[in-house]
Design a protein. Sequence first.
Length: 475
Amino acid sequence: MKRYNLGDRQPSRTYASQKMSNRNLYYASSCSYMATVSFGFVIGYSSPALPQMTASGGPLDENSASWFGSLATIGGMIGCPLAGWLVERAGRKGALMMTALPYLVGWSMIMVCGDIGMLCLGRMLTGLGCGMATVCCPMYVAETSTKELRGMLGSGVQLSITAGILLVYVAGMAVGWRSLAFIAFCIPLCALVMTLKLTDTPRYYLARGRKQEAVRALSWLRGVGADVEDECRDMEESLDADAEQVSWRDFCKQELYLPLRVSIGLMIFQQLSGINVVMFYTVSIFQSAGYKESGNLATVAVGAVQVVGTLVACAFMDRAGRRLLLFISGLGMTLTCFTMGYYYHQMQLSPATASNLSWLALASLIVYVVAFSVGWGPIPMLIMSEIFPVKARGSATAVASVSNWCFAFFVTKEFSTLQSMLGQHGVFWLYSFCCALGMAFVWRLVPETKGKSLEDIELYFLGKAIMNRKVTVNI
């Protein structure tokens, strides 16, 4: 049986002949990235802040510090479905603006409160903002981008997260935890002001029957003088089939189930790639390589490597394609996780011998971070923003994002259990195996979306669903 390929159908109209200006598009994407810069700040905040907060006279003890770290994940799980509901009711722009509110309230509480309960509540609210950002930001970028720039701009979501992590690491070397919270507070405040100028996405307006506003939004995004009628017509043709509202029963239909399977699978394998474990061992690997007093320097160095790797992904996303970068990334992580497992196995057998291999662990760490950053870091979120039909984009994106947060919590929570069962080396070998499985998943189920409009991608999954029904009937 012939496999339905995303390149089998005639592509939608191209708009290369139009005189487009992408200035407003870049501005709109940059505004949405502010939410994910804040996301990165939340993720990285614990690293410089917790040692200060648990020091003598600090507000947290060891037990409350562990809760302070994990509550952001719980907030993220709550924020995803909330954002999925908001993007359909308040619009993509409205939901993006509302993402700033939990950030602002949460960081305010961390800045001014000394009570453990209020600090933990503030931390959970910042996590809530992170969960909302994982739904709103990729969706807004995907629905406003051209198909030629969507890969690069979509990868910018992960780039902004890594930039936020690096920013908090660098700032944490110079200021205390309350001042760090103030810096974090300023980011969503600036985002809220900048977002006021934005338009909502053309696809959101068309889905609500507001064509004139959609044309105005598209004209603003593509530049004055651009002929947007053909692009608007392509969007309308796709939306005609999506006129009815989505219900939870629709998730059992193959045209929605198939892309949801792809997105959730990518999110799960992203977390099973071992990124949390590798980041956990960053300082110990640097110390074993001879950098005994360079814990902060190690985190900054790894943060900088992440930013550089994600910049490479942005540059090549629309040239190499999603699948190739996922394969390259997966292969790099498979080999480096195996190598780090070998290093810790040798350390267990013969510490003296392992000390001569510390350079190998350090090199593997750096290569691993680069490999993750060029593929499995940015692409799962990018593909999530591309593959769902408009009518279900809010709810389906929320479901996929929740799966990511749940597995992030599970992997972090069960790390100690796995370590006691398998040893340090066994954990790395397990994640090496998971990276290889992730490559097989990509080869079998993930389509190439490079250079395709969102409408083309929707028709691809619709075509697969129709083919599967025909096969079932013939049997």
